[in-house]
Design a protein around this ligand. Structure first.
Ligand code: AHR
Length: 494
């Protein structure tokens, strides 16, 4: 099977915001508790209660931004319960996610501590569904006000003298569903009201994100843009890749080629969603000031057998790796409008980077794609033209190869490629226009011969990146690359 990709190394078409490589960590299952927070008294090595092994691993991804505390949890979260002496914090029921007790030991201070340890910018999602305007206003005051005020003084009493820097703030989550079952028109008015009190204190400038559409709810996007566009900086979009649909869902492992194909096809649907939501946004915001913030995306499978269905704990295989690669290529292509994306979720939930079991930890194939692709963060997206044969399943087809190219500030050019075919190698002719003088090429690959390949606590390195040399020298700006079946490759020209 053959493909040709032509990259114009001297033609930038936009900037790939590093925020496209953002994350999402919710009070859901074992994401925050166990996965990130173990408490100061835990035998698991930690820094002020936050696990060191997970932080060290996540630091390898250069996480630019971290969304918290939900998700559906956000619209039930009352931030005041999560500050002050930990033993005195209120215990609540996490009704959405397993009905377990939430002891509020991980709250605002702990979240900012985590962000500082990771070097990530915080993105906080406020409570519109069951919270008040006053509560939201006071949270922003607590976090960002430097002067004399009840909330700023309370922050100081709780051990933090200086305000934190907070840029990204979400005004509710999924307000068409778990965030209040609102109609678009009603939420647009609520958004206008709540955001009024999300204030800029001192030099802090907040980038306000309105709760956006579910999948292809274009009416939601149109209504929000029409009624509240000038009052927002970003509008979110949620879309999960759910083979079989939410009613059925399929296992994360033990799938066959039909499910592999279905998953890839669903992942590629993100392209159409972005195009259509963006086209609506263009009508009201042709300058593309407002970012499309895809703050929940990723694979959603059945939970692992024997685990709490409300914890959304799923394994992660080569299939997840390819889905991550396809999404990034789509996000890069739309980097003029997609200003941020946050995979769901960072640890132990849905398409996670990391799985933990007690003191053990493993890196998933998805982690490795984030690590390999981090070279694209804040790089200039380069113009490219890709012609590829199709991967056929019965009457259905999808493109076999997908790719993206970018240029770093130091001039290095990175080209990422995915071959989604589970049996066929792809022979790619790569033409690089305007490459300049001869470049040194280095390659890395993530691949496996088994589509179900994944990492376990006993065998944590079954799927991991390797050096890749399946390409020829550059000759007159051209080279041939042999992509094995089911592979994700990054080539760097420096
Ligand atoms: O990521 C899991 C859940 O999916 C989030 O809480 C919610 O926003 C979405 O429906």
């Amino acid at each position: 099977m053959k493909a040709t990709m032509t990259v114009s190394a001297d033609q930038a078409v936009g900037t790939i915001s590093r925020h496209i490589y953002g994350h999402f960590a919710e009070h859901l299952g074992r994401c925050i508790y166990e996965g990130i927070w173990v408490g100061e008294d835990s035998p698991i090595p930690n820094t002020r209660g936050i696990r060191n092994d997970v932080v060290d691993a996540l630091r390898g991804l250069n996480i630019p931004v971290l969304r918290w505390p939900g998700g559906c949890f956000a619209d039930e979260y009352h931030w005041k319960d999560g500050v002050g002496p930990r033993e005195q914090r209120k215990r609540m029921v996490n009704t959405h996610w397993g009905g377990v007790v939430e002891n509020n030991h991980f709250g605002t201070h702990e979240f900012f501590d985590l962000c500082e340890l990771l070097g990530a910018e915080p993105y906080i999602c406020g409570n519109v569904g069951s919270g008040t305007v006053q509560e939201m206003q006071e949270w922003v005051e607590y976090m960002t006000f430097d002067g004399e005020s009840p909330m700023a003084n309370w922050r100081r009493e709780n051990g933090r003298e200086k305000p934190w820097k907070l840029k990204y703030f979400g005004v509710g989550n999924e307000n068409w569903g778990c965030g209040g079952n609102m109609r678009a028109e009603y939420y647009a008015d609520e958004y206008r009201r709540y955001q009024t009190y999300v204030r800029n204190y001192g030099k802090n400038r907040i980038y306000k994100i309105a709760g956006g559409a579910n999948v292809d709810d274009y009416h939601w996007t149109e209504t929000l843009m029409r009624l509240a566009g000038p009052m927002m900086d970003g509008l979110s979009l949620h879309n999960y890749t759910v083979p079989g649909g939410f009613e059925v869902k399929r296992p994360a492992l033990g799938f066959d080629e039909a499910e592999w194909f279905e998953t890839m096809k669903l992942a590629l649907h993100m392209d159409e969603l972005i195009k259509r939501h963006s086209a609506i946004m263009d009508q009201y915001d042709p300058q593309k000031r407002i970012g499309l913030i895809i703050d929940e995306w990723g694979n959603w499978f059945q939970v692992e057998p024997g685990t709490n269905p409300g914890f959304l704990y799923q394994q992660n295989s080569m299939r997840d790796a390819l889905v991550a690669g396809l999404h990034f290529h789509i996000f890069h292509r739309h980097c003029d409008r997609v200003h941020m994306a946050n995979i769901a979720q960072t640890v132990n939930v849905l398409q996670a980077m990391i799985l933990t079991e007690g003191e053990k930890m493993l890196l998933t194939p998805t982690y490795h794609v984030f690590e390999m692709f981090k070279v694209h963060q804040d790089a200039e997206a380069l113009a490219l033209h890709l012609e590829t044969e199709e991967y056929r399943m019965g009457e259905d087809t999808i493109p076999q190869v997908s790719g993206s190219a970018s240029k770093r500030a130091d001039g290095t050019i990175d080209i990422s490629l995915c071959n989604v075919h589970p049996h066929q190698q792809a022979d790619v002719t790569l033409r690089l226009r305007g490459l300049g003088e001869a470049k040194k090429v280095a390659g890395r690959i993530l691949t496996h011969t088994d589509m179900n390949a994944h990492n376990t606590f006993d065998q944590p390195e079954t799927v991991k990146p390797q050096d890749f040399d399946g390409f020829t020298d550059v000759n007159e700006g051209s080279l041939s690359v042999k992509l094995p079946p089911m592979s994700v490759v990054v080539l760097s020209f420096s």
